[in-house]
Design a protein around this ligand. Structure first.
Ligand code: NDP
Length: 307
């Protein structure tokens, strides 16, 4: 943002956005969860346990599941992983979910998405007990999120993380014009519902939205979740806006040992000169997803123990 003073002598001041440090905020969430878990176990209560269900051998899914299990251990929680073959039948998978629902030692159940093509995701998510649905994707949780005056038991982790970052940064959501880029079940749509619940005026954009740039320019709050490398340019951003970049895209970078680096859906270098607040990629929304999952798993244990 460039502010030019109207009085003589002319002063030019370059202002850059406040960077919302997702790594730091996620670490604080995790610390709080770890402290609460330690307190509970010291009182003789069972530690919260997350069950992850991984189907098939997708490398990215395996990495996400492993990171979730590792986080559980770091925070003093328990974790079990059901690694099932890619060709598992719908019936066999549903039995696994039913068994986890019935297991009193399991507090949270997370089925790593996407599922192999032949499996019916809707039926699987529908089966997860609402009190164990720590990913927040069961139709009951999403339905409650979409209804006025109802509360979901669990808020989906990535969109919940976006809202948490805005709140921690002190961004006023109520009354703000919020624009969400993307309408997926896991990010865009629940993020829009959460913003509506916080009294923002929300516009949801998708691949068939016309004049995207001019819609984005109206946003006091922008949540970008489209998976398109640095598509949102600095010139699209309203000066002072809060920009939450969910996108994770890999681009070639010869200076890195791996030969690539991660960037978001927003051109960070341009946008940070215009926005009031912005999340970096990596180190913005990414770390929040697991932190919110850990928070949800602790909450699941509390709910199941009648607290
Ligand atoms: P999906 O592919 O499921 O959804 C993408 C959405 O963006 C769709 O609604 C699509 O529209 C819309 N879209 C695609 N192209 C355009 C365009 N040119 N203009 C406007 N809208 C467009 O992605 P996800 O929601 O799963 O993920 C989005 C991004 O967030 C990805 O980069 C993903 O890696 C990242 N992500 C990050 C997480 C984290 O922890 N930080 C967690 C989850 C995702 P339509 O509906 O019309 O097809």
């Amino acid at each position: 943002m460039i502010l030019v003073s109207m009085t003589e002598p002319k002063m030019e001041k370059i202002m850059t956005a406040q960077i919302i440090d997702g790594k730091l905020i996620a670490a604080q969430v995790r610390e709080n969860v770890a402290a609460e878990v330690a307190k509970r176990t010291a009182e003789g209560k069972a530690k919260p346990v997350l069950a992850t269900v991984l189907i098939g051998d997708r490398v990215d899914s395996a990495a996400y599941v492993s990171a979730k299990g590792k986080a559980c251990l770091e925070l003093g929680m328990g974790s079990i992983n059901q690694h099932l073959p890619a060709d598992i039948s719908q019936e066999e998978l549903e039995k696994v979910i039913r068994d986890l629902n019935a297991d009193p030692a399991v507090n949270g159940i997370l089925v790593q998405l996407p599922l192999p093509e032949h499996l019916n995701e809707e039926r699987v998510l529908q089966l997860i007990s609402i009190e164990k649905d720590v990913d927040g994707f069961s139709p009951i949780n999403i339905g409650r999120l979409a209804q006025k005056g109802r509360e979901p038991v669990f808020v989906p982790c990535t969109p919940g993380g976006c809202i948490y970052l805005l709140e921690q940064a002190g961004v006023k959501i109520e009354g703000a014009n919020a624009v969400v880029l993307g309408r997926s079940n896991i990010v865009g749509m629940p993020a829009a519902l959460l913003l509506i619940g916080k009294n923002a005026t929300v516009t949801v954009c998708h691949s068939r939205t016309k004049n995207l740039e001019s819609v984005v320019r109206q946003a006091d709050i922008l949540i970008a979740a489209i998976g398109k490398t640095q598509m949102v340019r600095g010139s699209w951003i309203k000066p002072g806006a809060a920009v939450i970049d969910v996108g994770i895209n890999s681009i070639p970078d010869a200076s890195k040992k791996s030969g690539h680096r991660l960037v978001g859906d927003v051109n960070f270098d341009e946008a940070k000169e215009v926005a009031g607040f912005i999340t970096p990629v990596p180190g913005g929304v990414g770390p929040m997803t697991i932190a919110m999952l850990m928070k949800n798993t602790l909450r699941a244990a509390q709910i199941q123990q009648g607290e």
